[in-house]
Design a protein around this ligand. Structure first.
Ligand SMILES: [Zn+2]
Length: 253
C-alpha cells in the first residue's frame, strides 16, 4: 500500500514515540530522514538521539584488514542466515537488529561519542600534540568557518594570547571537512590552526578547532603548500580574467 510521504513519516513518528533513540547502519539515514521532515513541515528535532550502529559494532569487533563493512558482508561474516533481500528498508532494519545481537549494545551506546567528541578524535589524534580544542555547534551555514571570524581566531597554544592569522588569509582545504592555516604568536612563533566540521543531523553544522605548535619542519611544509596554493589561485584569477575579456570581445562583435 502506498501512502503520501508526509503521512508515512507521521505514522512512523507516532509509532516510535517522542523519546525514541534510533540506530542506523552508517551515517546516512537519519540525516535524510530529518531533511524529509523539514521538507514536509514536520518536527525535524525528532529524533533527538541516534546512533551509528556500524561504529558501535566496529568499536567492539574491530574491522579486519580488507574487510568490507556493508551490512551484507557483516551478515555474511557473522554467519547470519540470509533469508530476506538486502537494500529493502524493513529487511535491512531486521538484519541490523540481528547484527547488534553480536555486540554489547548497552555498553556501546554508553561509550558512544557525541559530535564534539567525534571531532576531537579526528582533530586531536594521539600521535599529534594539539591543544586548545574548541567546538561550536548549531550552525546552519556550512561555510561559517569563512564567514565567522570567531571560529578562525585561534590562540597561541603556549601563552593563550591571540595569534596573528596568515597575512594572506589563506586557508587550505583538506577533503570536504577540514581546513588549516598557520597562525603566529609574537612570542612563541608559528602554530598550525586546524578546523573540522561535521553535519551529523543533515541540517546543522558543528565546527571544531585545535592548534599545534609548528616546528621548523611543519612550518617549512606550510610555506611550500602556501606558495603552491597562492600560485594556483593566481592562475585561476588570470584564467577567469582572460575568459571575461574573451566574452566582452565576442559580445562586441
Ligand atoms: Zn604565545
Amino acid at each position: 500500500m502506498r501512502i503520501p510521504i508526509k503521512e508515512g513519516l507521521e505514522q512512523f513518528m507516532n509509532w516510535c514515540g517522542p523519546d525514541v533513540a534510533l540506530g542506523e547502519w552508517g551515517l546516512d539515514d537519519v540525516p535524510v530522514l530529518k531533511q524529509n521532515l523539514v521538507l514536509n513541515d514536520l518536527d525535524e528535532s525528532w529524533p533527538g538521539r541516534w546512533y551509528d550502529l556500524q561504529r558501535v559494532f566496529t568499536a567492539q569487533r574491530p574491522r579486519g584488514e580488507g574487510e568490507s563493512m556493508t551490512l551484507e558482508s557483516v551478515v555474511d561474516r557473522l554467519g547470519i542466515p540470509k533469508e530476506e533481500a538486502f537494500h529493502d528498508a524493513l529487511c535491512d532494519a531486521m538484519y541490523t537488529a540481528k547484527v547488534c545481537q553480536f555486540v554489547d549494545i548497552e555498553k556501546g551506546l554508553a561509550q558512544y561519542p557525541d559530535d564534539g567528541e567525534q571531532l576531537r578524535e579526528l582533530l586531536c589524534p594521539p600521535d599529534k600534540d594539539r591543544a586548545d580544542f574548541t567546538v561550536w555547534s548549531g550552525y546552519v551555514d556550512g561555510e561559517a568557518w569563512y564567514t565567522d571570524a570567531t571560529l578562525r581566531q585561534a590562540d597561541c597554544p603556549i601563552c593563550g594570547q591571540k595569534m596573528q592569522l596568515d597575512p594572506d588569509e589563506l586557508w587550505i582545504r583538506r577533503g570536504n571537512n577540514c581546513l588549516y592555516s598557520m597562525g603566529e604568536c609574537k612570542k612563541h612563533g608559528p602554530a598550525m590552526i586546524w578546523m573540522r566540521r561535521s553535519r551529523s543531523d543533515g541540517l546543522h553544522y558543528t565546527y571544531a578547532r585545535a592548534v599545534e605548535t609548528a616546528d621548523a619542519e611543519l612550518n617549512a611544509k606550510w610555506k611550500k603548500e602556501k606558495k603552491a596554493a597562492l600560485e594556483r589561485a593566481r592562475r585561476k584569477r588570470e584564467r577567469e580574467a582572460a575568459d571575461a575579456l574573451a566574452r566582452v570581445k565576442n559580445a562586441g562583435r
